[in-house]
Each structure stands twice: as structure tokens, then as C-alpha cells.
Write a protein that binds this ligand. Structure first.
Ligand SMILES: NC(=O)C1=CN([C@@H]2O[C@H](COP(=O)(O)OP(=O)(O)OC[C@H]3O[C@@H](n4cnc5c(N)ncnc54)[C@H](OP(=O)(O)O)[C@@H]3O)[C@@H](O)[C@H]2O)C=CC1
Ligand SMILES: Cc1cn([C@H]2C[C@H](O)[C@@H](COP(=O)(O)OP(=O)(O)O[C@H]3O[C@@H](C)C(=O)[C@@H](O)[C@H]3O)O2)c(=O)[nH]c1=O
Ligand SMILES: [Mg+2]
Length: 297
């Protein structure tokens, strides 16, 4: 099987390349080879490579910057994924795509289900919602997997930012009133690989929209505290962390207060296992040394 993955150095793309290595030939195309903002390039690459499966792991993910770059965010997160979906449908192959908790406004008191009405608060959220809709409109075989608070030991993410700031500073304020599930890119990749195997084996679930996060929930403050505990054990913790309200941490983009996604549909239809966020964080941090542990077990 030939698998085309968009993006090569992104958090998720890297983990997918590892998790899918045993499934066939994996082609991870960085933005210089396949620019999602260039529909002609997308069509050309897909027609040239004729993959058996397309996984869109690329996106414009700079949430605050997107507030001032609406056209670019929509080109990469909405128009490009729609073109990928058209090309996948022309080839008759499935497309796997990822979306975000930021499609919701966070005002619901309970975790969000797939049937809840999205109402993004930010340009990033709007562009990701438009991407979901573009893929659904094409009507080919697809999985849109909405996840949240993705981190890994590579790239730009909250884990690496906290690891740095907690060692550099004396004190750090972190918002406590936004809650969600931190999700390791490795978990996303391993669950995706499991779903690909089930699909190929003929025992997958239906096409469509699913929520996919680690299980459990915390706040950004709770996530930062867990990262601090790990640094403490290594004797590297310097900063004291203080919980604050999001209103006291102004950012260009507004974030939802409730980012919790119910993954019940995915567990019911695809029989996947979702680790607790604390366990996945430990696994990720255990893998941050020189030697990468075998995670296939
Ligand atoms: N990060 C998060 O917290 C969350 C992410 N998501 C979603 O998960 C998916 C993966 O995100 P993540 O791995 O964190 O992303 P990263 O920010 O780590 O990586 C972005 C990736 O997108 C690629 N990319 C950016 N612009 C373009 C472009 N114009 N054309 C082609 N490729 C481009 C980059 O390519 P290159 O390798 O060439 O640099 C890179 O591989 C995305 O759909 C994102 O919206 C959902 C919820 C939370
Ligand atoms: C760095 C920092 C952030 N924060 C707050 C700001 C914000 O409310 C929250 C998270 O900040 P970040 O900017 O790291 O995270 P953010 O870029 O908002 O992360 C989001 O990325 C996109 C791509 C997604 O799809 C989302 O699921 C989500 O993971 O933490 C603090 O309170 N203190 C700090 O020192
Ligand atoms: Mg960010």
C-alpha cells in the first residue's frame, strides 16, 4: 500500500511516518513539494503518485497569527483539503483529515459530541471548520478526526514551551479556566494506524466525522503542573506556577473555555483504545531520550 502524508516535519506527520512504516510505502511530502495553498500542486502530486490512501497531517496551526492572516489560513486549512478530497475521490481512495476542538465556542457544559453545532471563536477554528465541510461536500470516503491540545517532543507545542519557560523563569502564570484533553501526537498516529489496519482488513467502522483525543480532562494549568512534576523529578524545575483566568491572559485569538470532546462514537464504531492523558504524557516523555522505544506493543 502506498500512503501519501502531507507535511513532513509537523508533530503529527512525524509520528504517522513512524506508526505507518510497517503498512507499506509511506511518502511524506513537506510544504515545499506539496503546498496546500497551491491547488495545482496538490492535483499534480496526487496524480503523479497515485497513492492508495491520503492522510492530511498538514495545516496552518498558528492560532493567534491566523487572526491577521485569514486568507492564508483558509487557503491551507479549507480550500487545500477540499482539493485533496476531490483528488482522493477521483482516484477512489480514502482521505484521513484532522480537525480541532477550536471549531466549538466552548459554552456547552458537557463534552462536545460530533452532532453538536460548531461555532468557532477564532479564524483558525473557522478555517478548520470550513475544511471539514469542504471534505464532506465532496462526498468521497473519508475520516475527519477532531482532536485537541496536540503535543510531542518536536515542533511548536505547549509541552515544549512549558519545559523551556519552567526552567528559565522564576514564576509562570497559566490559565486554569480552559479545560480539555492534551493529546500526544503519538497517540493520534497509533490510533490512526490501527484504524487504517481495520479499514484494510474489512473490519473498520463507517466513514465520517469522529472525535479522537486522549481520555480524561484537565486545564492548561493542570497540564503545565504535570510537565512541572516531570521536570522536578529531573531536578530541572525552577519556576513556580500560578493559576490564572484566561481573561487575565490576553491573546489575539479567543479560545473555548470547554474544549472537551466526547470520543464515544469512535470507541463504539472503531473499537479503539484511548489512553488517559497522564499515561500518554509519561509515554511521550519516556520517549524523549536518544533511544526511541518500540511503541508497537
Ligand atoms: N497542534 C495542535 O494543538 C492541534 C492540531 N490539530 C490538527 O492536527 C493536525 C496536525 O497538526 P500538527 O501536527 O500539530 O501541526 P504542526 O504545526 O506541528 O505542523 C504543521 C504541518 O503542516 C505543514 N504545512 C504548513 N503549511 C503548509 C502548506 N501551506 N502546505 C503544505 N503543508 C503545510 C508543515 O509542513 P512541513 O513539514 O513541510 O513544515 C507541517 O508538517 C492539523 O490538522 C491541526 O489543525 C488539531 C487539534 C490540536
Ligand atoms: C505560553 C502560555 C500559554 N498560556 C495559555 C494561552 C492559551 O489559553 C493556552 C494554550 O496556549 P497555546 O498558545 O500554547 O496553545 P494553542 O495554540 O491555543 O493550542 C491550540 O492549537 C491549535 C492548533 C489547536 O487545534 C488546539 O487544539 C490547541 O492545541 O495556554 C498561559 O496561560 N501561560 C503561558 O505561559
Ligand atoms: Mg499555538
Amino acid at each position: 500500500m502506498k500512503i501519501l502524508i502531507t507535511g513532513s516535519t509537523g508533530q503529527l506527520s512525524r509520528e504517522l511516518q513512524l506508526a505507518l512504516a510497517g503498512e507499506g510505502k509511506v511518502l511524506a511530502l513537506g510544504h515545499k513539494v506539496l503546498d496546500l495553498a497551491e491547488p495545482g500542486q496538490i492535483r499534480q502530486q496526487v496524480r503523479l503518485l497515485r497513492p492508495d490512501l491520503i492522510i492530511n497531517a498538514a495545516a496552518y496551526t498558528a492560532v493567534d497569527v491566523a487572526q491577521g492572516e485569514r486568507d492564508r489560513a483558509f487557503a491551507v486549512n479549507a480550500i487545500g483539503p477540499g482539493v485533496l478530497a476531490e483528488e482522493a475521490a477521483l482516484l477512489g481512495v480514502p482521505l484521513i483529515h484532522y480537525s480541532t476542538d477550536y471549531v466549538f465556542n466552548g459554552r456547552k457544559a458537557e463534552p462536545y459530541g460530533e452532532d453538536d453545532q460548531p461555532a468557532p471563536l477564532s479564524v483558525y477554528g473557522e478555517s478548520k471548520l470550513a475544511g471539514e465541510q469542504a471534505i464532506q461536500a465532496v462526498g468521497g470516503e473519508h475520516l475527519v478526526l477532531r482532536t485537541s491540545w496536540v503535543y510531542s517532543t518536536h515542533g511548536h507545542n505547549f509541552l515544549l514551551t512549558m519545559q523551556r519557560l519552567l526552567q528559565e523563569r522564576d514564576s509562570l502564570s497559566v490559565v486554569e479556566d480552559e479545560i480539555g484533553a492534551p493529546t500526544w501526537a503519538g497517540t493520534l498516529a497509533m490510533v490512526t494506524a490501527d484504524m487504517v489496519r481495520k479499514w484494510r482488513g474489512g473490519n473498520g467502522g463507517p466513514s465520517g466525522l469522529y472525535h479522537l483525543t486522549a481520555s480524561g480532562e484537565t486545564s492548561w494549568y493542570g497540564f503545565a503542573s504535570a510537565i512541572a512534576e516531570h521536570l522536578q523529578r529531573q531536578g530541572l524545575l525552577r519556576a513556580k506556577i500560578e493559576p490564572i483566568r484566561s481573561a487575565d491572559y490576553p491573546t489575539a485569538a479567543q479560545r473555548p473555555l470547554n474544549s472537551r470532546l466526547s470520543c464515544a462514537r469512535l470507541q463504539r464504531d472503531w473499537q479503539v483504545e484511548l489512553p488517559a492523558w497522564e499515561a500518554a504524557l509519561k509515554q511521550c516523555l519516556g520517549n524523549s531520550g536518544d533511544v526511541r522505544m518500540d511503541r508497537s506493543a
